[in-house]
Design a protein around this ligand. Structure first.
Ligand code: CUA
Length: 173
């Protein structure tokens, strides 16, 4: 076909986007998966939803320092609160949330961090985020769970970076 003909250009105008759009989507998927840490949920474990409070690690909800600068938050969602609903860490911490629900479907969303998981009764959710900058990072239940769903929230409070030389928190400066 004549390369300059209007028909050829018209075909090209359809064919090129039909290749470029899926290739662009694939690239975006790869960049987000490996660069942005976006991934599908996996099977992180199960727990008897009627015995959450008596099952480790949820029998001791709260925050645990598992290594220097690395924390694990064992969290229970229930109508209509998170336990714990306030988490304090120093800036530069990496925090893994290990969470489940003790009643209905809840969610855990931290808009200012890469945290967005459903909390299903019987299933354990695990998600890790890094908190680089001091400030408050509110978190919310983002699955409708009943009349007081909108009151179900808490916050991660990121304080100044801890000084490794003074792990007890004594301030000498
Ligand atoms: Cu819990 Cu909405």
């Amino acid at each position: 076909m004549n390369r300059g003909s209007p028909v050829y250009l018209y075909e090209l105008a359809w064919i090129l986007p039909s290749i470029a759009i899926p290739v662009g989507m694939l690239v975006a998927l790869i960049v987000l998966a490996y660069g942005g840490g976006v991934h599908l949920p996996g099977d992180e474990g199960r727990v008897n939803p009627t015995a959450v409070m008596a099952t480790a690690p949820f029998d001791q909800p709260g925050i645990v320092e598992v290594a220097p600068g690395r924390y694990e938050v064992r969290m229970i969602a229930g109508i209509w609160l998170f336990t714990p609903n306030e988490v304090r860490i120093p800036a530069g911490s990496t925090v893994t949330f290990v969470a489940t629900s003790r009643d209905v479907v809840h969610g855990l969303l931290i808009p200012r961090a890469n945290v967005n998981v459903m909390l299903l009764p019987g299933q354990i959710s695990r998600v890790t985020a890094r908190f680089e900058h001091p400030g408050e990072y509110p978190f919310f239940c983002h699955e409708y769970c009943g009349i007081a769903h909108h009151t179900m929230w808490g916050k991660v409070i990121v304080g100044p970076a801890s000084n490794a030389k003074h792990p007890d928190g004594d301030s000498t400066s």
